[in-house]
Structures are given as structure tokens and as C-alpha cells.
Design a binder for this molecule. Sequence first.
Ligand SMILES: NC(=O)c1ccc[n+]([C@@H]2O[C@H](COP(=O)([O-])OP(=O)(O)OC[C@H]3O[C@@H](n4cnc5c(N)ncnc54)[C@H](OP(=O)(O)O)[C@@H]3O)[C@@H](O)[C@H]2O)c1
Length: 233
Amino acid sequence: MLQMQNEPILIVGATHGIGRRLAERLISAGRSVISAGRTVDAPQGVLKHVVFNAIEQVLPTADLPDALGGLVYCPGSIDLKPMRVLKADDLRVAFEINVVGAFQSIQVCLDRLKRCPSSGIVLFSTVAVQRGMAFHAGVAAAKGAVEGLTRSLSAELAPVVRVNCIAPGLTRTGLSERLLNTPEKEKASADRHPMKRVGEPDDIAAMAQFLLSKEATWITGQVFGVDGGMSTI
Ligand SMILES: NC(=O)c1ccc[n+]([C@@H]2O[C@H](COP(=O)([O-])OP(=O)(O)OC[C@H]3O[C@@H](n4cnc5c(N)ncnc54)[C@H](OP(=O)(O)O)[C@@H]3O)[C@@H](O)[C@H]2O)c1
């Protein structure tokens, strides 16, 4: 098995939601974490915090260390609209945040990732790519592109850098807040999942942590559903 060093993991979006929980888990496990995102205040315990907006700029790398053990790109969207009101511009926005932002963040960090044996990239899709869901056309199209990016880059970057993707079901974060903000919505969402609950950030962060660990050095090019069984049952 390849030896991994404790090179820092860069999490774009470690201030909230799944990325925040992942940062907490990694730091508790003794890994170094660098965060990046729009919020000015650094998350607790990170080595460094880079303030930037992935829609407006490319991740600034001047202050990053020479080697990175991993890159996790969390920014995403859940903009649910029926086809009659979904605009081409909505699709462009979804592609900017989900696909272009991820692509550019990987591109500017690639040399640093290549300096760390078996470093890992983790991207996020959604259960709505694998399973058709009404009103999800914009986000499903963009996240489908993230899955394509995952497989394509995993081929291009093997055997040096691993690229994997997690496709969550509905997970309780700020992003999904308006889908879960009444007991009725919460129950309806829980009932739709075979495991009869919605996801918690920890459910998804646990998988991301595993994919960044030395236990996962033979795993690349995969899209993992972490969705209470919704994609397949
Ligand atoms: N939650 C769900 O139900 C669900 C379901 C399926 C898929 N997903 C996917 O899982 C991923 C994580 O979701 P989440 O629920 O944890 O999201 P979240 O709670 O909205 O957190 C997103 C993180 O990304 C950062 N971010 C957002 N926009 C950014 C921008 N323009 N530039 C830089 N950083 C930005 C945010 O930090 P700042 O605000 O500090 O910038 C935040 O830390 C997303 O890709 C999402 O599409 C989530």
C-alpha cells in the first residue's frame, strides 16, 4: 500500500454543511486542513483560510503549500424549477458553481496534488443524476457533468491522483434548508428514502473522509451514492 504523508487537505467550502463536518472530522483525526470560501472568518482549527468566490474568480494559490494530500470541492446548488420557468441562464449558473468552479480549482491545485503520493480529489454530485426527479433538470445536468469530470480526470490523473465523487441524497444543511423547514416536508422527505430519514452532514463527510484516507488508495473514478438507498432501491 502506498504511504500517504500528512500533507494538508484543501476543502473548498469548509465553513458550512458537509464541508464543515468533513473539516471537523479530519482535524479530529489529526489531518491538516486548509479551507477556502466566501466567508471571511476561518473555520476552527484550520491551518489556513483562503477567501474567494468560486463563481467570480479562480482559487488563489499563492499562499498554498507546495504539496496537497487532497482537494474537496463542496460548492453546489439545488435550484429546483419546472421546465416552463427554467432558463438557460439558470443552467449556466448551475454549471459555473458545480462544474467550472470544480474544474478550475482542480486545475490550479494539480501540481501540488501530484507532489503527494496517491492524493485524492473528492467532488459532489446528487442522487438526482442516477434517478430521474421532476424539477431537477438544471442541477441534474450540472451534476451529471461533475460525474463525467470525475471519470475523465480519474483516467487522466491515474496513478498519481485519485478522483472520486459522492452523490448524496437530501442532506440537512443550509443548502437544503428550504426543503426541510416544516415537519411535513421533513416527514415527506424522510419517507421517500428507503432508510426513512434524510441525510446528516456526518453521513456524507464520513464517506469523504474515507476516500481521502490511506484505506482508499485503490479507489478512483467512482461515484458513490450516499443516499439512504434512494438511487437503487
Ligand atoms: N445538502 C443536500 O441535500 C445535497 C444533496 C445532494 C448534493 N449535495 C451537494 O453536496 C455538496 C455540499 O453541499 P452542502 O449541502 O454541504 O452545501 P452548503 O451547506 O451550501 O455548503 C457549501 C460550502 O461551499 C461554500 N461555497 C458556496 N458557494 C461558494 C462560492 N461561490 N465560492 C466559494 N465557496 C462557496 C460555502 O462556504 P461560503 O458560504 O463560506 O462560501 C459552504 O462552506 C454540494 O456540491 C451540493 O450540491 C448536497
